[in-house]
Design a protein around this ligand. Structure first.
Ligand SMILES: Cc1ncc(COP(=O)(O)O)c(C=O)c1O
Length: 532
């Protein structure tokens, strides 16, 4: 639907049915601009009205197209028919694209849009020829399209521009009037795909690539392709107050602002993968969760087998098989008042099982990660035990932010004595003289993938594996470096603190470990659900 078409009020120009007919004849999407941007550029030429911003018409069209999402009134019985999960899958709502997403992450946004409307993404979509296009520009081009006509690709906003002056009172009032329409549409906007950041050395330095390189998300060790099926997944939730477990559509899956997780980050969690319908290493993950819960004196109120059953109920209700990642979150539960003492908790802990279609991107498994050492240390167990997979991960988040700011994939964190401990969301290994070396367990989360990889390296590959103190000096001159984690398995590291590791390419030990790990995961999955 061309944006100017939304200016016509369909009640005058079309019957509702003819508009619906038109909407279903072609693939449509709604491109939404922030009201302040609309009003600023429109206001420079004329004073717009609310209708002229097109936001009300866009909202009307979205709602008209979305009955299967929200329910519809049966014309004969006049009864409300609520949508089923099947309805939502068959007729997903019209995609909504935010123009700021398109500007900040053009490739990710177009890839997600192409997926939503079933067309193939092509890199040419990111470029165009400079100059006017009379066949589509419209009469307003001379006012608004000057910069577009000068451009040949999407470019990130210029950082050197001074902030715009405040809007006049009238225009600001119009922006305020537009906000509810915008907020609603925004809440249904598509999530751009996460594009792995390209290094400067990939030889693709044309204008379009450069703008994406500047604007894409730092996906790092957790790069994945966004999957529109996730919009309608069911989330497993155990309400601690009523002690009931239910499967709730993602958009309705909410916990109270008085939940201990929200108030204090008071809880523990696990990331678990589903492969061939089997939750991988689920016993180990659940055991670690219960260990953490016991350490923080939180009685989960369901057996380990009961919790595993809830997870299988969730993935089965979503008809999930492979390429699925679960975030299992258990917080201390609802608080009677926002204060830290756990005695101010009502009922049992809150359990949330967020399962998503989330396959790890393939390219980083070969190309490798770039790391930097952060000033944020892994603390001692008598401060906040790093072995807890606690809800609050603020020290990891602080380390992650530094990596983002530095434009690398992940931060390497030292222990209180200056030896290498781990990374902000994965574990770290080096290979020296053919020996695989990783830190001791003192300042790290006791990793399940980490343990599996060490076992495979020793058993299947016959390598010597040691847990010992080592410094950055050893890292910089290591033959190979790699990281491990539940999400992506084993990933090579090609650079640490600006030093190239080895020849900067994936090394033979990492490659063998990756292959052996995949074989092991397949073998474990082939044994089926032992506890289901
Ligand atoms: C800080 C941190 N390091 C490493 C990992 C990976 O641990 P695992 O080997 O159990 O996947 C996680 C996952 O939860 C983590 O939060």
């Amino acid at each position: 639907m061309a944006k100017h078409a939304t200016r016509y009020n369909y009640a005058d120009k079309y019957t509702e049915d003819s508009l619906i007919d038109y909407l279903y004849k072609c693939e449509n999407f709604i491109l939404v601009r922030h009201p302040e941007d609309i009003v600023r550029s429109f206001g420079a030429v004329a004073t717009p009205t609310l209708d002229e911003t097109c936001l009300p018409s866009q909202l009307e069209i979205f709602m008209l197209h979305a009955p299967y999402r929200y329910g519809t009134t049966n014309r004969e019985t006049k009864k409300l028919q609520l949508p089923t999960v099947e309805n939502r899958k068959e007729k997903p709502p019209m995609p909504v694209v935010l123009s700021e997403d398109l500007r900040d992450n053009p490739e990710g946004t177009l890839r997600a849009l192409c997926k939503a409307v079933n067309i193939d993404f092509k890199p040419e979509m990111l470029k165009w020829k400079a100059g006017p296009r009379p066949e589509i520009d419209g009469c307003w081009a001379p006012w608004w399209y000057k910069t577009t006509h000068e451009s040949t690709c999407f470019a990130p906003p210029r950082q050197d521009k001074p902030p715009p002056p405040p809007l006049s009172e009238d225009l600001q009032a119009l922006v305020d009037e537009c906000m509810p329409y915008y907020q609603f549409l925004k809440s249904h906007a598509m999530k751009p795909e996460v594009i792995e950041r390209r290094g400067e050395d990939d030889g693709r330095n044309d204008a379009a690539t450069t703008s994406q390189t500047l604007a894409t998300t730092h996906a790092g060790t957790h790069a994945y392709a966004a999957d529109p099926r996730n919009d309608s997944v069911l989330i497993g939730m155990r309400d601690g107050v009523t002690d009931t477990f239910s499967l709730v559509p993602r958009k309705d899956a909410k916990v109270s602002v008085f939940d201990s997780g929200f108030v204090l980050g008071d809880g523990v969690w696990e990331g678990i993968r589903l492969h061939d319908g089997v939750l991988m290493y689920v016993d180990e993950h659940v055991k670690r969760l219960y260990q953490g819960a016991k350490a923080i004196d939180m009685e989960i109120g369901v057996t380990q087998a009961g919790l595993i059953k809830m997870m299988y109920e969730t993935v089965d209700a979503n008809q999930m098989k492979s390429g699925v990642h679960i975030r299992l979150m258990v917080t201390r539960g609802l608080k009677s008042t926002p204060y830290q003492n756990p005695t101010f908790t009502v009922g049992k802990p809150t359990i949330v099982i967020a399962a998503e279609h989330k396959a790890a991107a393939e390219a980083p498994k070969v190309r490798g990660m770039r790391l930097m050492t952060t000033h944020v240390r892994r603390g001692a167990p008598d401060v906040q035990d790093p072995a807890w997979n606690s809800h609050s991960k603020l020290n990891c988040v602080a380390a992650c932010i530094q990596a983002n700011k530095a434009g690398v994939d992940e931060s390497l964190m030292l222990d209180p004595h200056g030896f290498v401990a781990t990374c902000n969301s994965v574990h770290f290994f080096i290979v020296v003289d053919g020996v695989v070396l990783t830190s001791r367990r003192k300042y790290i989360l006791h990793g399940i993938t980490r343990d599996n990889v060490m076992r495979i390296a020793r058993g299947t590959l016959g390598l010597e594996v040691r847990e010992d103190d080592f410094t950055l000096t050893a890292v910089y001159s290591a033959e190979e470096c790699f990281v491990t984690g539940t999400f992506a398995g084993v990933l090579p590291v090609r650079e640490v603190d600006g030093r190239q590791i080895g020849d900067g390419k994936r090394g033979p030990v990492v490659k063998r470990l990756q292959e052996a790990y995949v074989r092991e995961v397949n073998a474990v999955a082939s044994r089926g659900r032992r506890r289901a």
